[in-house]
Design a protein around this ligand. Sequence first.
Ligand SMILES: Nc1ncnc2c1ncn2[C@@H]1O[C@H](COP(=O)(O)OP(=O)(O)OP(=O)(O)O)[C@@H](O)[C@H]1O
Length: 288
Amino acid sequence: MTAHANERAVDVRGLRKRYGGVRALDGLDLTIRRGEVFGLLGPNGAGKSTTVEILQGNRSRDAGEVSVLGADPATGTRAWRSRVGIVWQDESTPAELTVRETVRHFARYYPRPRDPEEVLHLVGLEAQADSRIKSLSGGRRRRLDVALGVIGGPELLLLDEPTTGFDPAARRRFWDLIRLLADEGTTILLTTHYLEEAETLADRLAVVAEGRVVAEGTPDALRRRYGGEAVVTWTGPDGSPRTERTGTPTRVVAGLMRRFDGEIPGLTVTRPTLEDVYLRLTGQEAVR
Ligand SMILES: Nc1ncnc2c1ncn2[C@@H]1O[C@H](COP(=O)(O)OP(=O)(O)OP(=O)(O)O)[C@@H](O)[C@H]1O
């Protein structure tokens, strides 16, 4: 909890955006509190990147109210920009510079930057510090982008699919970095297609579909509200598989224990995952 915990870092009301005939945002509402890690989920084309770009001040909107750290991004000053960390999708940094030179170079743009060596360590690029950017693999390139997003010591970090292209170890390391920044009080918005990532990192989530928020809450609350019933399976006395869908799996298991007088053969209890919730909310639920 930070001193600002009840303040809003991001407040969006009725956000609308069209690209020609395409309605990308259709009345999106979003509130992110200070110090919170907030995950934005949604299928391809739902409007997540457009939202992040508008919050960054890099895209205009057609309608709606937007406040980011107390300012309208459309008219954000240089001082405001220095408080917001952005990870660009296609960074146009000079490919001839080394990783260390680039991070140091970007640090000079900010009034209170983090230590470049610390940032290289945090994103796991110490071993590549003297490599030229053009020689980096795609995943390491992306880690450098993340380094440039945090070098200014932002109050708010806006991350659009930050771990796409990361190998599993780099993704875990990135999660540690996000937790560290969150512990320091940084507010973080991240979009992701990795539900495990959302569940691991986010205090609260919003699911976006067709340009609107269709559900919002903690991962637990979303699972409880939209997850549906648990599934209990076991093996019957005749050896055949049995299944029961239930809102009270403990009661079902207690009944089975009495019936079997001890160990229940083949018992499993499966509770709805965030993925089940997500697929249901975005209308992509598989027919079972
Ligand atoms: N520059 C653009 N010009 C025209 N249409 C665009 C542009 N950017 C986005 N769109 C369209 O707006 C809609 C929302 O796109 P957006 O990139 O915001 O979605 P997204 O949720 O980030 O998707 P993804 O998960 O694929 O990144 C899509 O239909 C997309 O094709």
